[in-house]
Ligand binder design. Structure first.
Ligand SMILES: *Cc1c(COP(=O)(O)O)cnc(C)c1O
Ligand code: SF4
Length: 345
């Protein structure tokens, strides 16, 4: 068992997770993008399976160096809505607070791949004060979404400090954390960690990023149970990924596994136009077909909304599939019915 985070192509090869023959590819990708695989995720990889859904999410691939039309460093236009460093304020009632640039794992399809990575890691000092100041003087901010990077890599003491600072702002009613940590590095979810997030009477929601049921190790499930028992509502975010989770059976199992672990599937994200991610992006029609298939056979509480973040920063919208036109509605089996119903006189 590997016990430290693997960050170099040589580490991946030494751990038996990647093939020496692909060394040149790994080195080329490592020049451009960050790499990290936690022990919990490394333990789940079956190196003999070329389609292993954990490996495909975290082991670099030469296809990441192929950029296609439309791909940009800032696919969802964070920069166009950033009034001060670390804040992205696109919608009236809520804003992102990007507190840290680093993550415990680096997803090969990350939509912020040009900005995440080790290095200038934390929003601290004057920059952090300026971000808090913006939140404090913007009374329409009802909710603060803390993201990054992955904010759950911070020490409990810092999480507590952030929670208390935000909770002290009267108009901030909701504190929402976005993280992959509960599944990819479950050992971080200690009692001290949970206590740090619990120091406020404001509602604290946690959104857990997960793309495959295989990520739910015994330790990951225990970490999630701990968060759930502490009273945090848990919602789940999934990225639709070609070759990793873009089939009905895989999504059905994933969404059920989330609900079994008390996570409400919230969004299924259409892949953003981040550089070098075309090989993982599905079409919208493919995503709609998957959603259509799940509707009717999968419990309503296990159904996420299929979401597109409009390139450039115009916001997130549900992208179907549509069930209605002017005169008909389609049922879950694909049969069309007149609507409004035809009265008989
Ligand atoms: C995604 C996002 C949010 C959160 O959107 P919800 O639909 O509330 O989950 C908020 N602000 C920005 C800038 C975002 O990109
Ligand atoms: S955890 Fe999130 S921010 Fe970090 S690499 Fe993965 S997708 Fe990107």
């Amino acid at each position: 068992m590997t016990r430290r985070i693997l960050r170099q192509p040589a580490d991946l090869i030494a751990a038996g997770l990647a093939d020496e023959n692909r060394r040149a590819d790994f080195d080329a990708v490592a020049q451009r993008y960050s790499i990290a695989i936690t022990p919990a995720m490394a333990d789940l990889i079956d190196p003999t399976d070329p389609h292993d859904p954990i490996a495909l999410q975290f082991i670099p691939d030469a296809q990441e160096l192929i950029e296609t039309p439309g791909e940009t460093a800032d696919p969802i236009g964070d920069a166009t809505h950033s009034p001060v460093e670390g804040i992205v304020h696109r919608y009236p009632d809520r804003a992102l607070l990007k507190i840290v640039h680093a993550c415990p794992v680096y997803c090969r399809f990350c939509f912020r791949r040009e900005t995440v990575g080790p290095g200038s890691e934390f929003l601290t000092g004057e920059k952090l004060e300026a971000a808090f100041d913006y939140i404090a003087r913007t009374p329409q901010l009802w909710e603060i979404i803390i993201t990054g990077g992955d904010p759950f890599i911070l020490a409990p003491r810092r999480l507590q400090d952030i929670t208390e600072r935000l909770a002290a702002i009267d108009h901030v009613k909701i504190i929402r954390w976005h993280s992959r940590v509960p599944l990819v590095e479950p050992e971080r979810i200690t009692d001290e960690f949970v206590a740090a997030l619990s120091t406020s009477t404001k509602a604290v929601w946690i959104s857990i990023h997960t793309n495959h049921a295989r990520e739910f190790s015994h330790e990951g499930r225990a970490a999630i149970a701990k968060l759930s028992r502490a009273g945090f509502p848990l919602i789940g975010q999934t990225v639709l990924l070609r070759g990793i989770n873009d089939d009905v059976a895989t999504l059905d199992t994933l969404f059920r596994t989330m609900v079994e672990n008390r996570i409400k599937p919230y969004y299924l994200h259409q892949g953003d136009y981040a550089p070098g991610t075309a090989h993982r992006r599905t079409t919208l029609a493919e995503g709609q077909a998957l959603m259509r298939n799940l509707r009717g056979k999968l419990s309503g509480i296990a159904q996420p909304t299929y979401i597109l973040d409009i390139p450039g920063g115009a916001g997130k919208v549900p992208v179907g599939p549509p069930y209605l036109d002017e005169s008909h509605v389609e049922d879950p089996n694909g049969t069309r019915h007149p609507y409004p119903p035809q009265g008989e006189h």
